[in-house]
Design a protein around this ligand. Structure first.
Ligand code: ADP
Ligand code: MG
Length: 330
């Protein structure tokens, strides 16, 4: 069972004249109108990514990570999907208010997306060199020869061994990890300002996962944890691992397989993620939470700043738990 999925928004290393956040998601709501009712997949998500920052989103399957990424990329299936509320600002401009043509210009050129399934995203009958080179031929009008040189450069950049020799190989001749790197190379080819990586590593083994994440960003600076379409905790990565401030985060962290604890039984959060057609009242996590009481069953906790016991600031930390104090300090 794969419990942790990851979606990462990584600003590509490149400047710009806009001074605010590169990407700002404000009160985003996404719902799906199905025969059985309205599934509220994203329920008021807020986050921002500054130039040079990385934000990774964690949460069990179905928590809304991919739908959020699709909304940002403008590739949400509408219908059945609908965005009844919210703003998605790229360099300060709301992409939801742009024409399809304006969005298309940003997509691919300024924001690139890396999908999980590298094998089905690459064309099996064309060499990887051709497919990488195509980005330069089509978008920059390069000659075939120059494009091939660029393709090799990119393969080197994502650390594919013997790039020069392998540029003429086909996708099936590469391992899963190497194919994932080729996908990352494709995203980098157009030098986008922002790369949205939706679970780029779940299909790979742990060592390769670590390398790919390293490649995407030297440091995962911020993590947002999602549950039932809401961000329930946000923190700098090291802080989150050391001292989670939400019982769901604690459960997630306890259920990650650890290389140094072989043979030990894994913890699993009891119960299942909620049915989005019928989300529990109060905190959506309450039926599975060891700390839940009446307050949790009636009142949705707001995402509030988390502080030290003496009230001192914990920069960048927020939790949406009525009992965050007990959870982090207890
Ligand atoms: P995650 O990426 O966190 O695993 P998703 O963002 O893919 O989760 O999905 C969030 C919820 O939205 C899920 O309950 C999923 O079933 C629902 N969903 C996603 N796409 C569609 C769709 N096209 N039609 C109906 N429901 C959808
Ligand atoms: Mg997903």
């Amino acid at each position: 069972m794969s419990i942790i999925d990851k979606t990462a928004a990584v600003p590509a290393p490149r400047g710009g004249d806009h001074t605010g956040p590169l990407l700002e998601v404000r009160d985003l709501h996404v719902e799906f109108h199905t025969r059985d009712g309205v599934a509220k997949a994203v329920n008021g998500v807020n986050y921002s990514v500054n130039a040079g920052e990385t934000l990774a989103v964690l949460g069990e399957s179905g928590s809304g990570k991919s739908v959020t990424a699709q909304a940002i990329m403008g590739i949400l299936d509408m219908p059945p999907g609908k965005i009844p509320q919210g703003e998605i600002l790229f360099r300060g401009e709301d992409m939801l208010k742009m024409s399809e043509e304006e969005r298309r210009k940003i997509r691919g050129r300024k924001i690139a997306m890396i999908f999980q399934d590298a094998l089905s995203s690459l064309n099996p009958v064309l060499t990887v060199g051709y497919q990488l080179g195509e980005m330069f031929r089509v978008h920059h009008g390069m000659s075939k020869k120059d494009a091939k040189v660029k393709a090799i450069e990119l393969m080197d950049k994502v650390k594919i061994p013997a790039a020069k020799a392998r540029v003429s190989d086909y996708p099936h001749q590469f391992s899963g990890g190497m194919r994932q790197r080729i996908m990352i190379a494709m995203a980098l080819a157009l030098e986008p300002d922002l790369i949205i990586a939706d679970e780029p590593t779940t299909a790979l083994d742990v060592t390769v996962q670590a390398q790919v994440m390293d490649l995407l960003a030297e440091l995962q600076q911020e993590i947002a944890v999602m549950y039932a379409g809401r961000i329930v905790e946000q923190a700098p990565v090291h802080e989150l691992y050391k001292r989670p401030a939400h019982p769901y985060t604690r459960g997630l962290l306890d259920s990650i397989p650890r290389l140094d604890q072989k043979g030990q039984e894994l913890y699993a959060i009891k119960g299942l993620p909620p049915n989005l057609l019928k989300v529990p009242t109060g905190c959506a996590f309450n039926p599975r939470c060891p700390k839940a009481d009446d307050l949790c069953r009636t009142e949705i906790p707001a995402l509030v700043p988390v502080t030290e016991q003496n009230g001192a600031d914990l920069p960048g930390r927020k939790s949406a738990c009525h009992f965050w104090k007990e959870t982090i300090h207890g």
